[in-house]
Design a protein around this ligand. Structure first.
Ligand code: ADP
Ligand code: MG
Length: 225
């Protein structure tokens, strides 16, 4: 319990920091990007250098954007009742080609009559996209991702179970820390975002994993606000 408390302290400290600097960085970044684009269009040479600068600026912009998102206070007033089944179907449609390219099969099991959830649809989809991407990335040799939804006592329970490489036990407590990644091209922001968004929805997120066998991420969202 103590560890959980400290974990959320850590998140709010990160959120405050993020609120301070993310906005400050975005404006100069936008200016830089504009001038690089201008130089690129006026120059006959060095096009590849400009392209690298633009894609690196885009990467900075992405990271700053993720922090702005968590710094944003939860806006309950903008929450609407939405179908989780529809949201999952949407994001699976978008990510399916990436899954197929990686020999990953995605199976979804949702009962028809699942109640709607009071939520920010855009934010929840971002959580689901992050979890599906992590699952695909955990199965470089291919595998199965099973996504299930069911009505539980505490709300709607959604599980993402992959047959991937799993997570070592000593790494589990670090998941969700900003910039914690084990991937060469990772940024370690995905799970931090997931934690923050699920917390904003008064839900719970829990990760279980067996090294070499697979990982299950479980989310429970309250059905009555
Ligand atoms: P990133 O994907 O950029 O590394 P995340 O915050 O999404 O950042 O994930 C942090 C780390 O958690 C990953 O680098 C990986 O080690 C581990 N992880 C997350 N999801 C899974 C999964 N489904 N299977 C195995 N490891 C995972
Ligand atoms: Mg990720």
């Amino acid at each position: 319990k103590e560890r959980l408390l400290r974990q959320s302290d850590k998140l709010s400290a990160v959120g405050q920091l993020a609120a301070g600097f993310a906005h400050e960085i975005r404006n100069p970044l936008t200016a830089l990007k504009g001038f690089v684009q201008l130089l690129k269009s006026k120059s006959a040479e060095n096009q590849n250098y400009y392209d690298i600068m633009l894609s690196e600026l885009e990467r900075m912009n992405y990271i700053v954007g993720e922090f702005i998102l968590i710094a944003k206070p939860p806006q309950d007033k903008e929450f609407e009742y939405r179908s989780l089944t529809a949201m999952i179907t949407d994001i699976v449609t978008v990510l399916d080609s990436q899954a197929i390219l990686n020999n990953v099969e995605i199976n979804c099991h949702f009962p028809q009559e699942l109640p709607k959830v009071l939520c920010d649809e855009h934010q929840l989809k971002q959580v689901f996209v992050n979890l599906v991407k992590n699952a695909i990335e955990a199965m470089p040799e291919g595998g199965l991702l099973l996504i299930t939804g069911e009505l539980a006592e505490q709300g709607i329970r959604i599980r993402f179970s992959d047959s991937g490489k799993g997570i070592a036990e000593d790494q589990l407590p670090r998941l969700g820390e900003p910039f914690y990644t084990t991937k060469e091209k990772g940024n370690g922001l995905g799970l931090m975002i997931c934690h923050q968004i699920i917390e904003n929805h008064k839900g719970k997120i829990h990760i279980e994993s067996t090294l070499g066998a697979g990982t299950t991420v479980e989310i429970v969202l309250p059905t009555n606000g």
